[in-house]
Write a protein that binds this ligand. Structure first.
Ligand SMILES: [Zn+2]
Length: 139
Protein backbone atom coordinates (compact mmCIF):
# COMPACT_ATOMS: atom_id res chain seq x y z
CA UNK A 1 0.00 0.00 0.00
CA UNK A 2 1.39 3.36 -1.03
CA UNK A 3 1.72 6.10 1.58
CA UNK A 4 0.37 9.45 0.41
CA UNK A 5 0.17 12.90 1.94
CA UNK A 6 -1.47 16.20 1.04
CA UNK A 7 0.57 19.20 -0.01
CA UNK A 8 0.63 21.97 2.62
CA UNK A 9 0.46 24.58 -0.12
CA UNK A 10 -1.78 23.34 -2.98
CA UNK A 11 -3.49 20.51 -1.11
CA UNK A 12 -2.75 17.95 -3.84
CA UNK A 13 -2.28 14.35 -2.85
CA UNK A 14 1.25 13.18 -3.42
CA UNK A 15 3.59 10.37 -2.56
CA UNK A 16 6.35 11.75 -0.31
CA UNK A 17 9.92 10.71 -0.99
CA UNK A 18 10.80 11.16 2.64
CA UNK A 19 7.91 10.14 4.80
CA UNK A 20 7.14 12.38 7.77
CA UNK A 21 9.55 15.09 6.67
CA UNK A 22 8.19 16.21 3.33
CA UNK A 23 5.19 18.52 3.51
CA UNK A 24 4.80 19.64 -0.09
CA UNK A 25 4.17 17.95 -3.39
CA UNK A 26 6.97 19.86 -5.11
CA UNK A 27 9.80 22.30 -4.57
CA UNK A 28 7.77 25.08 -6.16
CA UNK A 29 4.96 24.55 -3.60
CA UNK A 30 7.52 24.48 -0.79
CA UNK A 31 9.09 27.79 -1.94
CA UNK A 32 5.68 29.41 -2.54
CA UNK A 33 4.58 28.41 0.95
CA UNK A 34 7.83 29.82 2.32
CA UNK A 35 7.33 33.10 0.42
CA UNK A 36 3.75 33.30 1.71
CA UNK A 37 5.01 32.75 5.25
CA UNK A 38 7.59 35.53 4.79
CA UNK A 39 4.88 37.88 3.57
CA UNK A 40 2.63 36.98 6.51
CA UNK A 41 5.49 37.45 8.95
CA UNK A 42 6.11 40.91 7.53
CA UNK A 43 2.44 41.77 7.85
CA UNK A 44 2.54 40.52 11.42
CA UNK A 45 5.58 42.69 12.14
CA UNK A 46 3.80 45.71 10.67
CA UNK A 47 0.72 44.93 12.75
CA UNK A 48 2.85 44.65 15.88
CA UNK A 49 4.65 47.87 14.97
CA UNK A 50 1.31 49.61 14.75
CA UNK A 51 0.46 48.69 18.32
CA UNK A 52 2.98 50.94 20.12
CA UNK A 53 2.07 53.78 17.75
CA UNK A 54 -1.67 53.62 18.34
CA UNK A 55 -1.66 52.63 22.02
CA UNK A 56 0.26 55.56 23.58
CA UNK A 57 -1.87 58.03 21.61
CA UNK A 58 -4.56 57.72 24.26
CA UNK A 59 -2.39 58.73 27.24
CA UNK A 60 -0.75 61.40 25.05
CA UNK A 61 -4.15 62.91 24.34
CA UNK A 62 -4.64 63.36 28.08
CA UNK A 63 -1.35 65.22 28.48
CA UNK A 64 -1.84 67.23 25.28
CA UNK A 65 -0.60 70.75 25.99
CA UNK A 66 -2.94 73.47 24.85
CA UNK A 67 -2.24 77.18 24.64
CA UNK A 68 -4.61 77.66 27.57
CA UNK A 69 -2.64 75.11 29.57
CA UNK A 70 0.59 77.02 28.88
CA UNK A 71 -1.16 80.22 30.01
CA UNK A 72 -2.38 78.53 33.15
CA UNK A 73 1.09 77.14 33.77
CA UNK A 74 2.57 80.64 33.40
CA UNK A 75 0.00 82.05 35.81
CA UNK A 76 0.73 79.16 38.13
CA UNK A 77 4.46 79.88 37.99
CA UNK A 78 3.85 83.58 38.62
CA UNK A 79 1.55 82.71 41.54
CA UNK A 80 4.19 80.39 42.95
CA UNK A 81 6.85 83.10 42.59
CA UNK A 82 4.59 85.64 44.30
CA UNK A 83 3.73 83.20 47.08
CA UNK A 84 7.40 82.36 47.48
CA UNK A 85 8.17 86.08 47.69
CA UNK A 86 5.43 86.70 50.25
CA UNK A 87 6.44 83.70 52.33
CA UNK A 88 10.16 84.38 52.16
CA UNK A 89 11.34 86.29 55.23
CA UNK A 90 12.72 89.74 54.43
CA UNK A 91 16.39 88.91 55.05
CA UNK A 92 16.25 85.93 52.66
CA UNK A 93 14.68 87.82 49.78
CA UNK A 94 16.73 88.76 46.80
CA UNK A 95 17.58 92.45 46.62
CA UNK A 96 15.07 94.50 44.66
CA UNK A 97 15.89 97.60 42.65
CA UNK A 98 14.57 99.62 45.57
CA UNK A 99 16.88 97.77 47.96
CA UNK A 100 19.81 98.51 45.69
CA UNK A 101 18.78 102.17 45.44
CA UNK A 102 18.53 102.44 49.22
CA UNK A 103 21.83 100.67 49.64
CA UNK A 104 23.62 102.94 47.18
CA UNK A 105 22.05 105.97 48.98
CA UNK A 106 23.34 104.68 52.31
CA UNK A 107 26.78 104.19 50.82
CA UNK A 108 26.58 107.76 49.53
CA UNK A 109 25.63 108.84 53.06
CA UNK A 110 21.94 109.45 52.49
CA UNK A 111 19.86 108.48 55.51
CA UNK A 112 16.56 110.26 54.93
CA UNK A 113 14.21 109.68 52.03
CA UNK A 114 11.25 111.90 51.18
CA UNK A 115 7.87 110.27 51.73
CA UNK A 116 5.61 111.25 48.85
CA UNK A 117 2.29 109.94 50.13
CA UNK A 118 2.27 111.86 53.42
CA UNK A 119 1.28 115.45 54.07
CA UNK A 120 3.57 118.05 55.60
CA UNK A 121 3.36 118.34 59.39
CA UNK A 122 1.81 121.35 61.19
CA UNK A 123 5.12 123.18 60.97
CA UNK A 124 5.24 122.64 57.21
CA UNK A 125 8.13 120.22 57.34
CA UNK A 126 8.60 117.40 54.84
CA UNK A 127 8.00 113.86 55.98
CA UNK A 128 11.16 111.81 55.62
CA UNK A 129 11.83 108.16 56.07
CA UNK A 130 14.80 107.49 58.32
CA UNK A 131 16.40 104.39 56.88
CA UNK A 132 18.38 103.70 60.06
CA UNK A 133 15.54 103.88 62.57
CA UNK A 134 12.91 102.85 59.99
CA UNK A 135 10.60 105.62 61.14
CA UNK A 136 9.06 108.74 59.61
CA UNK A 137 10.55 112.00 60.78
CA UNK A 138 9.92 115.61 59.73
CA UNK A 139 12.59 118.03 58.72
ZN1 LIG B 1 1.68 21.31 -4.01
Amino acid sequence: MKYTDFCDYCGAEYEPQRRGVQRFCSNSCRSRKWQLKQKNDQLTIIDEAKVPVTEPSKPMAKTKITTAAIGNAAIGTAAVDLTKHLLTPEPKRNATKEDVRKLSSIIKGQRYFPVRNMALDHLGRNPLYDIETETIIYK
